[in-house]
Design a binder for this molecule. Structure first.
Ligand SMILES: [Zn+2]
Length: 343
C-alpha cells in the first residue's frame, strides 16, 4: 500500500512517501481503508523527536484516523465491512488498574496510533474493535478525522479534570488550534461563557462563529488585563492551556480565586515559575491532563457528534503524498482548525 513513514526522526524531509506491506489484523482487530487522517502537534513531535516522543522504525504517523471498515477479525462482533468509523488513538491493555477503573487514558501499557503503533498516513490502518466508533452517515471522512484527539482532549480537560459547570467563565488558549476549536464547542455545550485568545482578528471571528462569546487578540498585549475587564476584575473560573511557558504568567494572573487551570500541552515550552503563595492563598488548582482522553469520554462525544452538536473543523486537506507540505503548514500555525491528509 502507499504510505508516508519515517525511518529516522528529523525535518519534514524525513517523511517518505512510498510502498509498505498492507497491515494484517488479529482476531480482535478491524482494518479500515483510510479516508482521512488529521494532523496533530503529536505528529510533528514524533517526526522530529521533540518533547521526548520516541518511535520505532519504520513508523507510519497519524493518530486521528477515519475510514471504511474493509476487514474484521474473527472475534469482532460490533462492526462489519462497509461501516464508517473513527479510531480512538489510544490502544490500551484493558487489564490494568487504570483500564479497569475507566481511566484507560492512563493505562501503563498505552500505545498511541501513529506513535507507538502504525497510524493513518497510509491507505490502510488497523486497531482493536473497541477503538472503532461509527460516524454519522452524511459526515465526510475529513470532518470525522478532525474529531477524536482534539475532542477527547478538550472534554477530558474541561469536564473530567476541571469539572466545568454551567455559567462559569472559561478561558481557552489559541482558538485557532485543533484543541481550541473543539474546546469552544465542548464548553458551550456545557453552558459556560467562553473567552478565547488568538493571534489574529480573523481567527477570533471564526471562533465566535463556533460559539465563543468573547475574543482577545493576544498579539496586542497582556491578555490577562483584558480577561479582568471581561470578568469585572474577578478572573475566569477555568483555563484550558495547551501552550505552556509563553502564556503561563498571563494565565496565572487571569484565574479567579478558586480557579482551575488545566494543561494538556506545552507547544511553547514546559518550564515555568510558580508563585506558591498565590497558589494557596487564592485556592487555585493547577491540573494536568495527559493521555488524550478515555473510551467513555469518546463514546459521550460521539453521541453528540451523531446529534449534530459537535463538528470537526477542517482548515485544509492535502493528498497523502503532500504530507511534508502539511507538516510545514502545521508548524506555521497559520490556519484555523485541523489539517487532514487524504490517502
Ligand atoms: Zn491498561
Amino acid at each position: 500500500m502507499k504510505a508516508v513513514f519515517i525511518l529516522e526522526q528529523g525535518g519534514v524531509d524525513k517523511l517518505i512517501y512510498g510502498e509498505l506491506p498492507d497491515p494484517t489484523i488479529e482476531e480482535h482487530e478491524v482494518m479500515v481503508r483510510v479516508g482521512a487522517t488529521a494532523l496533530n502537534h503529536l505528529d510533528v513531535f514524533a517526526r522530529a523527536g521533540l518533547r521526548g516522543v520516541k518511535v520505532n522504525f519504520p513508523r507510519i504517523l497519524g493518530c486521528d484516523i477515519a475510514g471504511e471498515v474493509v476487514q474484521v477479525g474473527r472475534s469482532v462482533t460490533r462492526l462489519k465491512p462497509g461501516d464508517r468509523v473513527i479510531f480512538n488513538p489510544n490502544v490500551t491493555c484493558r487489564k490494568c488498574e487504570y483500564c479497569l477503573s475507566g481511566e484507560d487514558n492512563l493505562c501503563s501499557q498505552r500505545k498511541a496510533l501513529g506513535v507507538d503503533l502504525d497510524g493513518g498516513y497510509a491507505e490502510y490502518s488497523k486497531a482493536p474493535e473497541e477503538n472503532a466508533h461509527k460516524i454519522p452517515d452524511g459526515m465526510s471522512f475529513d470532518e470525522a478525522a478532525a474529531i477524536p484527539l482534539v475532542f477527547m482532549t478538550a472534554w477530558h480537560c474541561l469536564i473530567t479534570r476541571a469539572r466545568l459547570k454551567p455559567g462559569e467563565d472559561v478561558l481557552i488558549m489559541a482558538a485557532g488550534s485543533g484543541v481550541g476549536s473543539a474546546a469552544i464547542q465542548v464548553a458551550k455545550r456545557f453552558g459556560a461563557r467562553v473567552i478565547v485568545t488568538a493571534s489574529t482578528d480573523e481567527k477570533l471571528a471564526k471562533a465566535k462563529k463556533l460559539g465563543a462569546d468573547e475574543g482577545i487578540n493576544y498579539s496586542q498585549g497582556d491578555f490577562s488585563e483584558k480577561v479582568m475587564e471581561l470578568t469585572d476584575g474577578k478572573g475566569v473560573d477555568v483555563i484550558l492551556d495547551h501552550v505552556g511557558t509563553s502564556v503561563w504568567e498571563q494565565n496565572f494572573a487571569s484565574l479567579k480565586r478558586g480557579g482551575r487551570l488545566v494543561n494538556c500541552g506545552i507547544t511553547s515550552g514546559y518550564k515555568v515559575e510558580l508563585h506558591m503563595g498565590r497558589l494557596f492563598t487564592r485556592n487555585l488548582s493547577i491540573l494536568g491532563s495527559g493521555g488524550i482522553g478515555t473510551q467513555a469520554e469518546l463514546m459521550d462525544i460521539m453521541k453528540l457528534v451523531h446529534r449534530g452538536e459537535f463538528h470537526g473543523i477542517v482548515a485544509r486537506s492535502f493528498p497523502l503524498k503532500d504530507a511534508a507540505e502539511a507538516h510545514r503548514v502545521m508548524e506555521s500555525r497559520n490556519f484555523f482548525g485541523k489539517l487532514v491528509l487524504n490517502p
